[in-house]
Design a binder for this molecule. Sequence first.
Ligand SMILES: Nc1ncnc2c1ncn2[C@@H]1O[C@H](COP(=O)(O)OP(=O)(O)O)[C@@H](O)[C@H]1O
Ligand SMILES: [Mg+2]
Length: 292
Amino acid sequence: MLKALKVFKELKQEDISVLGAIERLMRKYEYVPVEMIAKEAKMDINDVEYYLSRLNKFELVRRWIGPYIGYVLNMHGYDCLALHALVCKDVISAIGRKLGVGKEADVYDALTPDGRRVVLKFHRIGRISFRSVRRVRVYVGDRRHTSWLYISRLSAKREFEALKILYPLGVAVPEPIAHNRHVVVISFIDGIELSEVKELSDPQGFLGEIIENLRIAYVDGGIVHADLNAYNIIVTDDEEMLIIDWPQWVSTIHPSAEMLLRRDLKNIFKFFRKRFGIEADEEEALKYIKGE
Ligand SMILES: Nc1ncnc2c1ncn2[C@@H]1O[C@H](COP(=O)(O)OP(=O)(O)O)[C@@H](O)[C@H]1O
Ligand SMILES: [Mg+2]
């Protein structure tokens, strides 16, 4: 279960206000002083101290004791803020089980107020290693501020942007429903990862369809996936596909776009060669995808 959910129902409006104040002040302070939190949340200092100790007990914030006492949000606190916003906006009404344990995200199924089953993807960049932090530097650019909170939010924003472009073009991607902080809400698909699929009725046709989707993404969307592999393609019982996991996409005019597209293709071709014994011409596919 999502850790933030354990305490989410117990949170009062004041807890959320204090979390929100810390979030805003974290742009300015490495550790946010208690007085500043009180000022930002427009609360009495004694009340703030009370709520801070609650939040600390709930493990939503981290207390720092240095020349002064300061606080920062931790991942669970950030999850609570995003959940609160999504519930307030009537995007979701319930969260279910964990669907995927990815390297860089926690994925849960959820319900909308009208009973639609959706997916909540919590981006968690920088949780495990700095490898991923380095990887997102492409889009962090010159900005010095590369805290986990900032890059996780950026990662979610990037993924949502890609889906907003690709879904209307008819590329086989989840429907983007909503986005808040480091969380994206997308349509749910009942399937398994391609890497788990032992048999396909028409592997050649399936590969062709992947290429077709990459072509539309490239030519009409101006987008290269850049992290494509058999784990990021979901296959349903009816052998329909969905290409997921887009936060690291690059624009087709990005200097590394061709190299990344080539790498995507290599991954997929290697999988189809090993699993289904299919040989395909990489250069030809590359040209086709680029619309040449
Ligand atoms: N729209 C979706 N419907 C069903 N399952 C999903 C969906 N999106 C992701 N998942 C599951 O969650 C896993 C992780 O999601 P993914 O977007 O690949 O993030 P990451 O690999 O970066 O952690 C996927 O491999 C898949 O099993
Ligand atoms: Mg993935």
